[in-house]
Ligand binder design. Structure first.
Ligand SMILES: Cc1ncc(COP(=O)(O)O)c(C=O)c1O
Length: 451
Protein backbone atom coordinates (compact mmCIF):
# COMPACT_ATOMS: atom_id res chain seq x y z
CA UNK A 1 0.00 0.00 0.00
CA UNK A 2 2.80 2.37 1.02
CA UNK A 3 4.60 1.56 -2.27
CA UNK A 4 1.47 2.29 -4.28
CA UNK A 5 0.94 5.60 -2.43
CA UNK A 6 4.55 6.61 -3.09
CA UNK A 7 4.22 5.69 -6.79
CA UNK A 8 1.00 7.74 -7.05
CA UNK A 9 2.57 10.82 -5.43
CA UNK A 10 5.60 10.62 -7.74
CA UNK A 11 3.38 10.60 -10.82
CA UNK A 12 1.33 13.54 -9.59
CA UNK A 13 4.56 15.46 -9.03
CA UNK A 14 5.87 14.72 -12.54
CA UNK A 15 2.55 15.70 -14.19
CA UNK A 16 2.34 18.89 -12.15
CA UNK A 17 5.93 19.84 -13.01
CA UNK A 18 5.27 19.28 -16.70
CA UNK A 19 2.15 21.45 -16.57
CA UNK A 20 3.95 24.28 -14.79
CA UNK A 21 6.88 24.22 -17.22
CA UNK A 22 4.40 24.41 -20.09
CA UNK A 23 2.73 27.40 -18.51
CA UNK A 24 6.02 29.22 -17.88
CA UNK A 25 7.14 28.54 -21.44
CA UNK A 26 3.82 29.80 -22.80
CA UNK A 27 3.96 33.04 -20.82
CA UNK A 28 7.52 33.89 -21.81
CA UNK A 29 6.82 32.93 -25.42
CA UNK A 30 3.82 35.24 -25.57
CA UNK A 31 5.78 38.11 -24.02
CA UNK A 32 8.52 37.74 -26.58
CA UNK A 33 6.18 37.60 -29.49
CA UNK A 34 4.07 40.57 -28.55
CA UNK A 35 5.20 44.16 -28.62
CA UNK A 36 3.50 44.49 -25.27
CA UNK A 37 6.01 44.99 -22.51
CA UNK A 38 5.54 43.42 -19.12
CA UNK A 39 3.20 46.06 -17.81
CA UNK A 40 4.41 46.65 -14.29
CA UNK A 41 8.00 46.87 -15.49
CA UNK A 42 7.92 49.00 -18.53
CA UNK A 43 5.00 51.38 -18.50
CA UNK A 44 6.46 53.27 -15.62
CA UNK A 45 10.06 53.52 -16.60
CA UNK A 46 11.52 56.94 -16.14
CA UNK A 47 11.55 59.48 -18.85
CA UNK A 48 8.32 58.05 -18.79
CA UNK A 49 5.79 57.92 -16.05
CA UNK A 50 6.80 56.99 -12.64
CA UNK A 51 6.85 57.24 -8.92
CA UNK A 52 3.70 58.61 -7.33
CA UNK A 53 1.82 58.43 -10.59
CA UNK A 54 2.50 54.76 -10.63
CA UNK A 55 -0.26 53.55 -8.34
CA UNK A 56 -3.15 55.22 -10.11
CA UNK A 57 -1.82 54.74 -13.56
CA UNK A 58 -0.79 51.13 -13.05
CA UNK A 59 -4.27 50.35 -11.78
CA UNK A 60 -5.90 52.28 -14.57
CA UNK A 61 -3.67 50.79 -17.25
CA UNK A 62 -3.48 47.28 -15.92
CA UNK A 63 -7.24 46.98 -16.23
CA UNK A 64 -6.96 47.39 -19.97
CA UNK A 65 -3.55 45.88 -20.28
CA UNK A 66 -4.68 42.49 -19.09
CA UNK A 67 -7.27 42.32 -21.80
CA UNK A 68 -4.71 43.22 -24.45
CA UNK A 69 -2.08 40.89 -23.11
CA UNK A 70 -4.25 37.87 -23.61
CA UNK A 71 -5.57 38.76 -27.02
CA UNK A 72 -2.93 40.71 -28.87
CA UNK A 73 -0.11 38.59 -30.12
CA UNK A 74 2.00 39.76 -32.99
CA UNK A 75 2.06 36.95 -35.53
CA UNK A 76 5.42 36.52 -37.21
CA UNK A 77 6.44 34.67 -40.30
CA UNK A 78 9.86 33.46 -41.35
CA UNK A 79 10.23 36.63 -43.40
CA UNK A 80 9.38 38.86 -40.46
CA UNK A 81 6.16 40.42 -39.26
CA UNK A 82 2.91 39.23 -40.80
CA UNK A 83 0.44 41.89 -41.87
CA UNK A 84 -2.76 40.21 -40.64
CA UNK A 85 -4.32 41.50 -37.44
CA UNK A 86 -1.65 44.14 -36.87
CA UNK A 87 -4.26 46.63 -35.71
CA UNK A 88 -4.62 44.51 -32.57
CA UNK A 89 -0.97 44.83 -31.65
CA UNK A 90 -0.48 47.26 -28.79
CA UNK A 91 2.16 49.88 -29.60
CA UNK A 92 3.65 51.31 -26.44
CA UNK A 93 5.00 54.82 -27.01
CA UNK A 94 4.28 56.02 -23.48
CA UNK A 95 7.88 56.02 -22.30
CA UNK A 96 10.91 57.64 -23.92
CA UNK A 97 13.13 54.56 -24.00
CA UNK A 98 15.86 55.46 -26.52
CA UNK A 99 16.27 52.05 -28.19
CA UNK A 100 16.47 53.47 -31.72
CA UNK A 101 20.25 53.89 -31.54
CA UNK A 102 20.83 50.20 -30.76
CA UNK A 103 21.87 49.31 -34.33
CA UNK A 104 24.55 51.99 -34.35
CA UNK A 105 26.07 50.66 -31.14
CA UNK A 106 25.91 47.07 -32.39
CA UNK A 107 28.26 48.08 -35.20
CA UNK A 108 30.72 49.57 -32.73
CA UNK A 109 31.50 46.18 -31.15
CA UNK A 110 34.97 46.05 -29.61
CA UNK A 111 35.56 49.81 -29.67
CA UNK A 112 32.97 50.46 -26.97
CA UNK A 113 33.25 47.21 -25.05
CA UNK A 114 34.37 47.64 -21.45
CA UNK A 115 35.94 44.80 -19.47
CA UNK A 116 36.47 45.16 -15.72
CA UNK A 117 38.23 42.83 -13.30
CA UNK A 118 36.96 42.06 -9.82
CA UNK A 119 39.87 43.92 -8.18
CA UNK A 120 39.14 47.16 -10.04
CA UNK A 121 36.91 50.04 -8.93
CA UNK A 122 36.62 48.73 -5.41
CA UNK A 123 36.95 52.05 -3.60
CA UNK A 124 34.13 54.52 -2.96
CA UNK A 125 36.51 57.25 -4.10
CA UNK A 126 37.57 58.39 -7.55
CA UNK A 127 39.38 61.68 -7.10
CA UNK A 128 39.47 63.14 -3.60
CA UNK A 129 40.83 66.45 -4.90
CA UNK A 130 37.71 67.06 -6.97
CA UNK A 131 34.59 68.74 -5.50
CA UNK A 132 32.72 65.70 -6.81
CA UNK A 133 35.03 63.09 -5.23
CA UNK A 134 33.25 60.08 -6.77
CA UNK A 135 33.57 61.39 -10.34
CA UNK A 136 35.93 59.28 -12.49
CA UNK A 137 38.65 61.45 -14.13
CA UNK A 138 38.15 59.58 -17.41
CA UNK A 139 34.52 60.62 -17.47
CA UNK A 140 35.44 64.27 -16.89
CA UNK A 141 37.68 64.32 -19.95
CA UNK A 142 35.12 62.42 -22.05
CA UNK A 143 32.38 64.93 -21.10
CA UNK A 144 34.46 68.04 -21.68
CA UNK A 145 35.87 66.60 -24.92
CA UNK A 146 32.39 65.89 -26.28
CA UNK A 147 30.99 69.33 -25.40
CA UNK A 148 33.99 70.86 -27.10
CA UNK A 149 33.51 68.75 -30.23
CA UNK A 150 29.78 69.55 -30.44
CA UNK A 151 29.94 73.15 -29.18
CA UNK A 152 26.76 72.83 -27.12
CA UNK A 153 28.00 73.81 -23.64
CA UNK A 154 30.73 75.77 -21.92
CA UNK A 155 32.75 73.60 -19.53
CA UNK A 156 35.87 75.71 -18.92
CA UNK A 157 36.13 76.84 -15.30
CA UNK A 158 32.96 74.88 -14.38
CA UNK A 159 32.43 72.05 -11.91
CA UNK A 160 31.08 68.73 -13.12
CA UNK A 161 28.91 66.60 -10.84
CA UNK A 162 28.00 63.08 -11.94
CA UNK A 163 24.65 61.53 -11.02
CA UNK A 164 22.72 58.31 -11.35
CA UNK A 165 20.92 59.71 -14.37
CA UNK A 166 20.14 63.39 -14.62
CA UNK A 167 17.08 62.55 -12.49
CA UNK A 168 19.29 62.26 -9.42
CA UNK A 169 21.02 65.51 -10.35
CA UNK A 170 17.67 67.26 -10.59
CA UNK A 171 16.94 66.27 -7.01
CA UNK A 172 20.49 67.19 -5.96
CA UNK A 173 20.02 70.64 -7.52
CA UNK A 174 16.72 71.18 -5.69
CA UNK A 175 18.43 70.22 -2.44
CA UNK A 176 21.36 72.54 -3.12
CA UNK A 177 19.20 75.52 -4.13
CA UNK A 178 16.54 75.34 -1.40
CA UNK A 179 17.65 77.19 1.76
CA UNK A 180 17.46 74.84 4.77
CA UNK A 181 16.19 77.66 6.99
CA UNK A 182 13.68 79.24 4.57
CA UNK A 183 10.27 80.40 5.85
CA UNK A 184 8.61 77.61 3.87
CA UNK A 185 9.36 75.13 1.08
CA UNK A 186 10.87 76.66 -2.06
CA UNK A 187 8.48 76.93 -5.04
CA UNK A 188 9.50 74.86 -8.06
CA UNK A 189 7.94 75.78 -11.41
CA UNK A 190 8.29 75.02 -15.11
CA UNK A 191 6.35 76.34 -18.09
CA UNK A 192 3.56 74.01 -19.24
CA UNK A 193 3.70 71.68 -21.01
CA UNK A 194 6.51 70.52 -18.68
CA UNK A 195 8.31 67.18 -18.31
CA UNK A 196 5.85 64.96 -16.41
CA UNK A 197 8.47 63.73 -13.93
CA UNK A 198 9.24 67.17 -12.46
CA UNK A 199 6.16 67.40 -10.19
CA UNK A 200 6.60 63.77 -9.13
CA UNK A 201 10.32 64.05 -8.35
CA UNK A 202 9.83 67.38 -6.56
CA UNK A 203 7.09 66.17 -4.22
CA UNK A 204 7.41 62.43 -3.79
CA UNK A 205 9.30 62.66 -0.48
CA UNK A 206 7.06 65.50 0.73
CA UNK A 207 10.21 67.47 1.49
CA UNK A 208 10.06 70.51 3.74
CA UNK A 209 12.68 72.12 1.45
CA UNK A 210 10.78 72.45 -1.81
CA UNK A 211 7.35 71.96 -3.33
CA UNK A 212 5.94 71.78 -6.85
CA UNK A 213 4.21 75.09 -7.68
CA UNK A 214 3.05 74.26 -11.21
CA UNK A 215 3.05 76.15 -14.48
CA UNK A 216 5.70 78.89 -14.54
CA UNK A 217 3.43 81.07 -16.73
CA UNK A 218 0.96 81.26 -13.84
CA UNK A 219 3.41 81.81 -11.01
CA UNK A 220 2.99 85.31 -9.62
CA UNK A 221 3.87 84.99 -5.92
CA UNK A 222 6.35 87.38 -4.37
CA UNK A 223 8.34 84.41 -3.08
CA UNK A 224 11.61 82.72 -4.00
CA UNK A 225 11.33 80.06 -6.69
CA UNK A 226 13.33 77.63 -8.82
CA UNK A 227 12.39 77.57 -12.49
CA UNK A 228 13.16 74.54 -14.63
CA UNK A 229 13.96 75.46 -18.20
CA UNK A 230 13.96 72.41 -20.47
CA UNK A 231 15.37 73.20 -23.88
CA UNK A 232 14.51 71.63 -26.26
CA UNK A 233 11.43 70.91 -24.24
CA UNK A 234 9.97 67.53 -23.28
CA UNK A 235 7.16 66.97 -24.38
CA UNK A 236 6.75 69.47 -27.26
CA UNK A 237 10.32 69.92 -28.55
CA UNK A 238 10.41 73.74 -28.60
CA UNK A 239 13.48 75.77 -27.67
CA UNK A 240 12.84 77.60 -24.40
CA UNK A 241 13.91 80.50 -22.22
CA UNK A 242 12.83 81.18 -18.64
CA UNK A 243 9.36 82.73 -18.37
CA UNK A 244 8.84 83.96 -14.78
CA UNK A 245 9.34 87.73 -14.63
CA UNK A 246 10.25 87.94 -10.92
CA UNK A 247 13.73 88.64 -9.57
CA UNK A 248 13.71 86.02 -6.80
CA UNK A 249 14.26 83.05 -9.07
CA UNK A 250 17.04 80.54 -9.59
CA UNK A 251 17.22 78.66 -12.87
CA UNK A 252 18.05 75.03 -13.62
CA UNK A 253 18.55 74.31 -17.33
CA UNK A 254 17.69 70.76 -18.30
CA UNK A 255 19.51 70.30 -21.61
CA UNK A 256 18.91 66.57 -22.04
CA UNK A 257 17.96 67.15 -25.71
CA UNK A 258 20.43 69.89 -26.63
CA UNK A 259 22.24 67.62 -29.07
CA UNK A 260 22.50 67.91 -32.87
CA UNK A 261 20.16 65.01 -33.71
CA UNK A 262 17.25 66.84 -32.01
CA UNK A 263 17.89 70.52 -32.56
CA UNK A 264 20.19 72.91 -34.41
CA UNK A 265 23.01 73.82 -32.01
CA UNK A 266 23.13 77.64 -31.98
CA UNK A 267 25.83 78.40 -29.43
CA UNK A 268 27.51 76.80 -26.42
CA UNK A 269 25.01 76.93 -23.53
CA UNK A 270 26.39 78.92 -20.61
CA UNK A 271 24.00 78.79 -17.64
CA UNK A 272 24.51 78.43 -13.89
CA UNK A 273 23.31 74.82 -13.66
CA UNK A 274 22.99 72.66 -16.78
CA UNK A 275 21.88 69.03 -16.75
CA UNK A 276 22.84 66.47 -19.40
CA UNK A 277 22.41 62.71 -19.68
CA UNK A 278 23.67 59.79 -21.73
CA UNK A 279 20.06 58.56 -21.84
CA UNK A 280 19.14 60.94 -24.63
CA UNK A 281 22.52 62.00 -26.05
CA UNK A 282 23.84 58.54 -26.95
CA UNK A 283 20.79 56.44 -26.03
CA UNK A 284 22.34 54.64 -23.03
CA UNK A 285 19.49 55.10 -20.56
CA UNK A 286 20.35 51.79 -18.87
CA UNK A 287 23.76 53.05 -17.72
CA UNK A 288 21.98 55.68 -15.60
CA UNK A 289 24.65 58.37 -16.04
CA UNK A 290 23.96 62.08 -16.09
CA UNK A 291 26.13 65.09 -15.41
CA UNK A 292 25.60 68.62 -14.17
CA UNK A 293 27.81 71.52 -15.27
CA UNK A 294 27.78 73.99 -12.41
CA UNK A 295 29.29 77.49 -12.20
CA UNK A 296 29.24 77.95 -8.44
CA UNK A 297 31.58 75.77 -6.36
CA UNK A 298 29.33 75.87 -3.27
CA UNK A 299 26.31 74.67 -5.27
CA UNK A 300 28.42 71.89 -6.81
CA UNK A 301 29.54 70.91 -3.29
CA UNK A 302 25.96 70.77 -1.99
CA UNK A 303 24.85 68.71 -4.97
CA UNK A 304 27.73 66.33 -4.26
CA UNK A 305 26.61 66.12 -0.62
CA UNK A 306 23.09 65.19 -1.70
CA UNK A 307 24.43 62.30 -3.81
CA UNK A 308 26.76 61.30 -1.00
CA UNK A 309 23.81 61.03 1.41
CA UNK A 310 21.53 59.52 -1.18
CA UNK A 311 23.69 56.81 -2.80
CA UNK A 312 27.31 57.45 -1.59
CA UNK A 313 28.42 58.19 -5.11
CA UNK A 314 27.67 56.77 -8.56
CA UNK A 315 28.61 53.37 -9.98
CA UNK A 316 32.21 53.36 -11.26
CA UNK A 317 31.41 50.67 -13.85
CA UNK A 318 28.67 52.86 -15.31
CA UNK A 319 30.93 55.92 -15.34
CA UNK A 320 33.68 54.03 -17.12
CA UNK A 321 31.25 52.63 -19.67
CA UNK A 322 29.77 56.08 -20.25
CA UNK A 323 33.28 57.56 -20.66
CA UNK A 324 34.13 54.95 -23.28
CA UNK A 325 30.92 55.65 -25.20
CA UNK A 326 31.29 59.45 -25.05
CA UNK A 327 34.88 59.13 -26.24
CA UNK A 328 33.75 56.98 -29.16
CA UNK A 329 31.15 59.63 -30.08
CA UNK A 330 33.75 62.42 -29.93
CA UNK A 331 36.10 60.35 -32.06
CA UNK A 332 33.35 59.73 -34.59
CA UNK A 333 32.76 63.51 -34.78
CA UNK A 334 36.37 64.19 -35.61
CA UNK A 335 36.35 65.24 -39.25
CA UNK A 336 39.68 63.58 -39.98
CA UNK A 337 38.06 60.28 -39.00
CA UNK A 338 34.89 60.63 -40.99
CA UNK A 339 35.88 58.35 -43.82
CA UNK A 340 36.82 55.57 -41.49
CA UNK A 341 33.67 55.59 -39.39
CA UNK A 342 30.16 56.95 -39.17
CA UNK A 343 29.71 60.14 -37.19
CA UNK A 344 27.18 59.28 -34.45
CA UNK A 345 25.37 62.62 -34.72
CA UNK A 346 25.22 62.35 -38.49
CA UNK A 347 23.69 58.89 -38.14
CA UNK A 348 21.22 59.88 -35.40
CA UNK A 349 20.27 63.15 -37.16
CA UNK A 350 19.43 61.26 -40.37
CA UNK A 351 17.39 58.73 -38.41
CA UNK A 352 15.42 61.44 -36.59
CA UNK A 353 14.90 63.47 -39.80
CA UNK A 354 13.62 60.37 -41.59
CA UNK A 355 11.25 59.48 -38.72
CA UNK A 356 9.87 63.01 -38.59
CA UNK A 357 9.30 62.93 -42.35
CA UNK A 358 7.39 59.66 -41.98
CA UNK A 359 5.25 60.76 -39.05
CA UNK A 360 4.36 64.04 -40.74
CA UNK A 361 3.34 62.13 -43.87
CA UNK A 362 1.19 59.81 -41.74
CA UNK A 363 -0.48 62.71 -39.92
CA UNK A 364 -1.06 64.60 -43.18
CA UNK A 365 -3.14 61.68 -44.49
CA UNK A 366 -5.78 62.25 -41.80
CA UNK A 367 -7.76 65.23 -40.47
CA UNK A 368 -7.84 63.72 -36.97
CA UNK A 369 -4.36 64.73 -35.77
CA UNK A 370 -1.85 67.55 -36.02
CA UNK A 371 1.78 68.12 -35.04
CA UNK A 372 3.70 71.28 -34.09
CA UNK A 373 5.89 72.95 -36.70
CA UNK A 374 9.27 74.45 -35.97
CA UNK A 375 11.30 77.34 -37.42
CA UNK A 376 14.38 76.51 -39.49
CA UNK A 377 17.77 77.37 -38.02
CA UNK A 378 21.37 76.58 -38.95
CA UNK A 379 23.29 74.18 -36.75
CA UNK A 380 26.79 75.34 -35.89
CA UNK A 381 27.89 71.72 -35.45
CA UNK A 382 26.71 70.20 -38.74
CA UNK A 383 26.16 73.31 -40.88
CA UNK A 384 22.69 71.91 -41.73
CA UNK A 385 19.59 74.10 -41.68
CA UNK A 386 16.62 72.34 -40.14
CA UNK A 387 13.71 72.63 -37.68
CA UNK A 388 13.57 70.72 -34.38
CA UNK A 389 13.42 66.92 -34.58
CA UNK A 390 12.07 66.21 -31.09
CA UNK A 391 12.43 62.93 -29.25
CA UNK A 392 8.64 62.99 -28.74
CA UNK A 393 5.73 63.76 -31.03
CA UNK A 394 3.37 66.19 -29.28
CA UNK A 395 0.30 65.03 -31.11
CA UNK A 396 -3.00 66.91 -31.00
CA UNK A 397 -6.38 65.27 -31.56
CA UNK A 398 -8.33 67.68 -33.76
CA UNK A 399 -12.13 68.07 -33.81
CA UNK A 400 -14.45 66.43 -31.31
CA UNK A 401 -11.94 64.23 -29.47
CA UNK A 402 -11.25 65.71 -26.02
CA UNK A 403 -9.23 62.86 -24.53
CA UNK A 404 -6.60 61.94 -27.07
CA UNK A 405 -4.87 59.41 -24.79
CA UNK A 406 -8.05 57.32 -24.37
CA UNK A 407 -8.89 57.73 -28.03
CA UNK A 408 -5.52 56.33 -29.12
CA UNK A 409 -5.67 53.64 -26.46
CA UNK A 410 -8.87 52.36 -28.08
CA UNK A 411 -6.75 51.93 -31.20
CA UNK A 412 -4.06 50.12 -29.21
CA UNK A 413 -1.58 52.97 -29.19
CA UNK A 414 -0.31 53.83 -25.69
CA UNK A 415 0.81 57.42 -25.26
CA UNK A 416 0.86 59.88 -22.36
CA UNK A 417 -1.99 62.39 -22.15
CA UNK A 418 -1.55 66.16 -21.83
CA UNK A 419 -2.69 66.33 -18.18
CA UNK A 420 0.57 64.70 -17.06
CA UNK A 421 2.42 67.67 -18.56
CA UNK A 422 0.10 70.35 -17.18
CA UNK A 423 -1.62 70.65 -20.58
CA UNK A 424 -4.91 69.82 -22.31
CA UNK A 425 -6.02 66.23 -22.80
CA UNK A 426 -6.41 67.01 -26.49
CA UNK A 427 -2.65 66.41 -26.62
CA UNK A 428 -0.58 63.30 -26.15
CA UNK A 429 3.13 62.65 -26.10
CA UNK A 430 4.35 59.72 -28.20
CA UNK A 431 7.95 58.52 -28.18
CA UNK A 432 9.91 58.90 -31.41
CA UNK A 433 12.81 56.86 -30.02
CA UNK A 434 11.40 53.33 -30.15
CA UNK A 435 12.72 50.47 -32.23
CA UNK A 436 11.86 50.58 -35.93
CA UNK A 437 9.11 47.91 -35.77
CA UNK A 438 7.05 49.91 -33.25
CA UNK A 439 7.61 53.17 -35.07
CA UNK A 440 6.63 51.61 -38.41
CA UNK A 441 3.43 50.19 -36.94
CA UNK A 442 2.65 53.59 -35.43
CA UNK A 443 3.01 55.42 -38.75
CA UNK A 444 0.84 52.78 -40.44
CA UNK A 445 -1.78 52.84 -37.67
CA UNK A 446 -2.29 56.63 -37.49
CA UNK A 447 -3.72 57.17 -41.01
CA UNK A 448 -5.85 54.03 -40.68
CA UNK A 449 -7.71 55.47 -37.66
CA UNK A 450 -11.07 56.74 -38.82
CA UNK A 451 -13.02 57.38 -35.61
C1 LIG B 1 13.90 66.54 -20.00
C2 LIG B 1 14.42 65.31 -19.34
N1 LIG B 1 15.23 65.42 -18.29
C3 LIG B 1 15.71 64.36 -17.65
C4 LIG B 1 15.37 63.08 -18.05
C5 LIG B 1 15.86 61.91 -17.26
O1 LIG B 1 17.09 61.46 -17.69
P1 LIG B 1 17.88 60.31 -16.95
O2 LIG B 1 17.56 59.03 -17.67
O3 LIG B 1 19.30 60.71 -17.13
O4 LIG B 1 17.49 60.28 -15.52
C6 LIG B 1 14.53 62.90 -19.13
C7 LIG B 1 14.15 61.56 -19.55
O5 LIG B 1 13.22 61.33 -20.29
C8 LIG B 1 14.03 64.05 -19.78
O6 LIG B 1 13.20 63.93 -20.81
Amino acid sequence: MADYYYFFLKNVLVVSLAMNMGLIWKISYEDEETLIPKWGNILHLHGSGLYAQKNNRVQEEEKEAHVSKRTQILATTSSGVATDGLEKVVINLDHGDPTMYEDFWKQKGEETTVVTSSWQHISYFSDVKNVCWFLEPGLVSAITGLHKAVGNAVTEGRHIVVGTGSSQLYQAALYALSPPDGSGPMNVVSAAPFYSSYPLMTDYLKSGLHKWAGDAYEFNKEEPYIELVTSPNNPDGFTRQHVVKGDKGILIHDLAYYWPQYTPILSPADYDIMLFTVSKSTGHAGSRIGWAIVKDREIAKKMTTFIEINTIGVSKESQIRAAKILQAVSKSCNHANQEAQTNFFDYSYKLMAERWKRIREAVNKTMLFSLPSFPLETCSFSGRTFGQLPAFAWLKCEGEVDDCESFLRRHNVLTRGGKHFGASMKYVRASMLSREREFKLFTERLPAIKS
